[in-house]
Structures are given as structure tokens and as C-alpha cells.
Design a protein around this ligand. Structure first.
Ligand SMILES: Nc1ncnc2c1ncn2[C@@H]1O[C@H](COP(=O)(O)OP(=O)(O)OP(=O)(O)O)[C@@H](O)[C@H]1O
Length: 281
């Protein structure tokens, strides 16, 4: 479990990125971390890794304090950053040299992920395109079998077939002991993987909810004329949006609509999710 307790952080004294932020990322979930540009998603991932330190408050990752950067802690955690800088040695050599720090590292798995992602591990990263480098690092990161996997915009720079392969690798990687956090603006590309959504805005945490909670309480898609919309937007086939689920039938949450709705009004959906359904139906 990753737990933020009353965390405040700013890069300088003039402006806080987070003020009194409390939230958790539990094991067994693939979290989608969403927020507009500059709301602090990358900063949050760096705080989890201990690359940054909270000004006040506490972060605990399974009992570890990230900023202490203990060897045991680091061997359980992997960040795939948005932009990579890798040494100019063959990827295979980089993987075997760095993999020794991860007790779960499997060279076989690395080779197999490279093959799936069509990466030549004998190539130097500096001779690769940005997308190839990213795929090479993803192959390595997953082969380390970290308990905590943090991905910052993982689909950026990947071609369409690679995005599909990445999704299937992540689906195979997820299990009940692992905690995965994916920060992304490309919600549609990972929508089917995510089972918990965490939305940040300039004021802090807006929403943290499982897709199960969302589909239980809300319904998504084309809105009948008589539906009382919580949020609606024009689409090709008329209005689409979010309404209360009054039928008991559950549909897959549309995370892009949830994001748009909470950006438009940060109170309504969180208050519905935290209210007894009988008050609304
Ligand atoms: N190294 C830094 N020094 C000073 N300010 C920074 C630094 N990195 C980020 N910031 C500021 O902190 C805030 C949060 O940035 P961060 O990169 O975490 O946001 P983000 O949600 O990941 O944004 P994006 O979606 O654009 O990637 C922004 O206002 C940004 O300008």
C-alpha cells in the first residue's frame, strides 16, 4: 500500500503543488492517475519514489519511507518516466547490469518482452528512436517484477501495435500483490486496464474510486431525453454523458467522461459516490 498522509510539497516557497494531500494506492489495483497539465501527477510519482521529499506530512510505501531510498525499498519499485535517459551500452548489457538490483529480475522475461515489443536488445539506446527506447525500458522494467510499478505517460511515443502489446503485458503483470499506477492523458488507451481512478486538480484530490463503484452508481453513454444528466456533452448521436444508475444494470465507466465531469464540477460525482444510494434513487 502506498499512503500519503497530509502531504504538502512545493518546488519553491511561493507555490505549493500539494497542500495537505491524503490518498492511498492499494495493492491488487491498476490505478489511473488523471489530472490536467501541471496538477502534479509526475511530482506525485517522484514523491512515491523518494526522488522528492514532502515539506510536511508523511508518505509510507509498505512501511518504507521513500526518501530514505533504502536498497530493499528500491528493489521493490520501478518508475517508467515519461522521458528516458539510458547509458549508451547495448540494452541487454544495461538490463543485466541493472537487473541485479531487483531480486525478481528475469533475463528470460526481458528477452521475451523485447521480442513481443520488437526490440533488438543488442542495440544501443542512443541508436534507437524515442519509442524504441521506451519499449526497451518497458521490457526491462517489467522483467524486474517490481511490487510497485509506476508509469508516467507510458503510451506516449508508442505506435498502435506496441500500445496493444503494452496493454497485454500489463494485464499479465498485474496481480493481487502488486500496485500499479499509470499517469496518463490518454485515458482511452488504458481504460480497459484501469480498475481504480484517481483524479487530481489544482486544489488536490478530486476523486478516488474503483470502476466497480462508478458503474454501480452511475450510467454512461447516450442519454435518453428524460434522463437527468449529471454531466452531458454533444456527440454524433445526440447528447452523451453521465446519469445516476437507477436500473441496477452496470455498464463500463467512461473514464474520459468522468474526467470531463469532475473538471467541470469537482463536487457532484464524489458526493454521489459517498452518499447512500437510497438518497438518490
Ligand atoms: N523541477 C521543477 N521545478 C519547479 N517547478 C516544477 C518542477 N517540475 C514541475 N514543476 C511545477 O510543478 C507543478 C506540477 O508539475 P508536474 O510535472 O508534476 O505536473 P503533471 O500533472 O505531471 O503535468 P503534465 O500533465 O503536464 O505532465 C507544475 O506547476 C510545474 O510547473
Amino acid at each position: 500500500m502506498i499512503a500519503f498522509q497530509n502531504v504538502s510539497f512545493g518546488y519553491n516557497r511561493r507555490r505549493k503543488v500539494f497542500a495537505d494531500l491524503s490518498l492511498t494506492f492499494g495493492e491488487g489495483h491498476i490505478h489511473g492517475l488523471l489530472g490536467r497539465n501541471g496538477t502534479g501527477k509526475s511530482t506525485l510519482l517522484q514523491l512515491i519514489c523518494g526522488l522528492l521529499e514532502p515539506d510536511t506530512g508523511h508518505i509510507a510505501v509498505d512501511g518504507f519511507t521513500p526518501r530514505q531510498r533504502s536498497v530493499d525499498f528500491l528493489s521493490r519499485l520501478m518508475l517508467i518516466p515519461e522521458e528516458l535517459s539510458l547509458p549508451n551500452i547495448p540494452l541487454r548489457r544495461f538490463a543485466s547490469h541493472t537487473g541485479v538490483f531487483y531480486s525478481g529480475y528475469s533475463a528470460e522475461m526481458f528477452e521475451s518482452h523485447c521480442e513481443a515489443l520488437e526490440i533488438d536488445p543488442s542495440q544501443n539506446p542512443h541508436d534507437m528512436s524515442m519509442g524504441q527506447r521506451k519499449k526497451g525500458y518497458i521490457a526491462f522494467a517489467l522483467a524486474c517484477n517490481p511490487q510497485f510499478l509506476l508509469l508516467d505517460e507510458p503510451t506516449n511515443g508508442l505506435d498502435i501495435p506496441s500500445k496493444t502489446i503494452l496493454r497485454s503485458l500489463l494485464a499479465a503483470y498485474a496481480d493481487e500483490k502488486r500496485t500499479i499506477v499509470i499517469s496518463t492523458h490518454q485515458v482511452r488507451e488504458v481504460e480497459n486496464l484501469i480498475d481504480k481512478i484517481v483524479i487530481l486538480d489544482e486544489q488536490g484530490l478530486v476523486l478516488a474510486a474503483t470502476t466497480e463503484e462508478l458503474s454501480h452508481r452511475l450510467t454512461f453513454g447516450p442519454l435518453p431525453a428524460d434522463a437527468k444528466a449529471i454531466y452531458s456533452t454533444p456527440s454524433f448521436s445526440g447528447e452523451e454523458g453521465i446519469a445516476l444508475n437507477t436500473t441496477g444494470r452496470e455498464s463500463r465507466p467512461d473514464l474520459e467522461l468522468i474526467f470531463a465531469a469532475t473538471t467541470h464540477d469537482r463536487m457532484t460525482i464524489p458526493s454521489i459516490l459517498h452518499t447512500n444510494p437510497t438518497n438518490h434513487e
